[in-house]
Design a protein around this ligand. Structure first.
Ligand SMILES: Cc1ncc(COP(=O)(O)O)c(C=O)c1O
Length: 389
């Protein structure tokens, strides 16, 4: 059976050039960048070089790049670290109801354990945050706003530059989780986003897992979360994952200035999937029709659920996704779909196709051929009475 991988928002395959950039670091420059001898100094020189190259892609100072273990850590550092830094200014954070759990769980932690208040902005039916709602949520004690650049489940793109400008007018720090946005949308430099803190991750843009960065505008650096050394200019302790950093920076250079998720290539494929979803009875496209990532097509289905649908697709060789898995390995209803106001049945039936560089019209044709029967089968199974009924 052939595999159709339509789950690029979950992760992407490692690019050959990225792998080639990582290999010499794994094999030859294996020193500890903190060691004073020449083996260590060689690794340190490389680390400094990678930091400069990352800063060049982002359009910031090298000292403003903090390498991390990935998107989750970048977001945690931005939110927990900034909350703790700016606690004397206030204890109010504004975010949206459709953020990734990396953001939401940090906010919940701060509320439960550190006396912060959080306002969760609602979104409209398309998943868009309103600037008016943001403006009225801001308070004198608001010290941080965190709004994602693009949503991982439904692909809605937020007006980040305008949100950032509003925060800056009010003297409030602004973080954007741009993990799903980099490499998918045109990008000039961090200045154009009006964000003080920007989370980046390698494995969504054909880089390795376990590597990311937080771009933090000086001089207000988040308080560190990890202690035990002066690494990363004292912002993040721990011996650096130099091979991962080599992969991250190479992926950033190759795939951010010229987005690897090419809109011109992906739009026709996505349009076919959207047309398919629109044709099917009881199936509804979710997200925005205008302000959306070109690679993401998500839908909900009446009388079915995500597990049955994903299993049915998988039997046909098609890898798709839904909301997030909970710790027991089953699927939680999507908080994003709930926030769109579509109800619990819809939240339990989300399916996301996320396309990428290797996706083809032939693959879309296969999905067109099998999706109606996969949906029908799952609806039939859903209707079957349980033995106790
Ligand atoms: C929007 C968003 N933020 C953060 C993350 C977490 O990134 P990582 O997998 O690198 O920890 C993800 C991953 O799916 C994401 O989609």
């Amino acid at each position: 059976m052939r595999t159709i991988y339509f789950d690029y928002n979950a992760t992407t395959p490692l690019d050959e050039r990225v792998r080639e950039a990582m290999m010499p670091v794994l094999d030859q420059v294996w020193g500890n960048p903190s060691s004073v001898h020449h083996v260590g100094r060689q690794a340190r020189a490389l680390l400094d070089d990678f930091r400069e190259r990352a800063a060049l892609v982002l359009g910031c100072k090298p000292s403003e790049v903090i390498f991390t273990s990935g998107g989750t850590e970048s977001v945690n550092l931005a939110i927990l670290g900034t909350a703790r830094l700016l606690r004397p200014k206030g204890r109010h954070i504004v975010t949206s109801a459709i953020e990734h759990h990396a953001v939401l769980h940090c906010c919940e932690y701060l509320v439960r354990n550190e006396g912060f208040n959080v306002t969760y902005l609602p979104v409209d039916r398309e998943g868009l945050v309103s600037l008016e709602a943001l403006e009225s949520a801001l308070r004198p004690d608001t010290m941080l706003v965190s709004i994602m650049a693009a949503n991982n489940e439904i692909g809605t793109i937020q007006p980040i530059a305008r949100i950032g400008a509003l925060c800056h007018q009010r003297g409030i720090r602004f973080h954007t989780d741009a993990v799903q946005w980099f490499g998918k949308e045109p990008f000039d430099d961090v200045g154009s986003l009006n964000a003080d803190l920007i989370s980046v991750c390698a494995h969504k843009i054909h880089g390795p897992k376990g590597a990311g960065a937080l771009c933090a505008a000086s001089p207000l650096f988040p308080k560190p979360l990890l202690f035990g050394g002066a690494h990363e200019n004292e912002h993040r302790a721990g011996t650096e994952n130099l091979a991962g950093i080599a992969g991250l920076v190479t992926a950033m250079e190759l795939f951010i200035p010229e987005p690897v998720f090419c809109r011109e290539k992906l739009m026709p494929l996505a349009k076919r999937l959207i047309a398919l979803v629109d044709r099917l009875e009881g199936v509804q496209l979710v997200g925005s029709r205008d302000s959306r990532l070109a690679n993401t097509v998500s839908f909900v289905t009446e009388g079915s659920d995500s597990i049955a649908l994903l299993a049915g697709l998988d039997l046909e060789g098609i890898c798709a996704s839904s909301g997030s898995a909970c710790s027991a390995g089953s699927l939680e209803p999507s908080h994003v779909i709930r926030a769109l106001g579509l109800g619990d049945e819809a939240a339990n039936s989300l399916v996301r196709f996320s396309l990428g560089r290797e996706s083809t019209h032939e693959e879309v044709a296969l999905v067109e051929a099998v999706l109606p029967s996969v949906i029908e089968r799952s609806q039939r199974l859903n209707k079957r009475p349980t033995p106790c009924e």
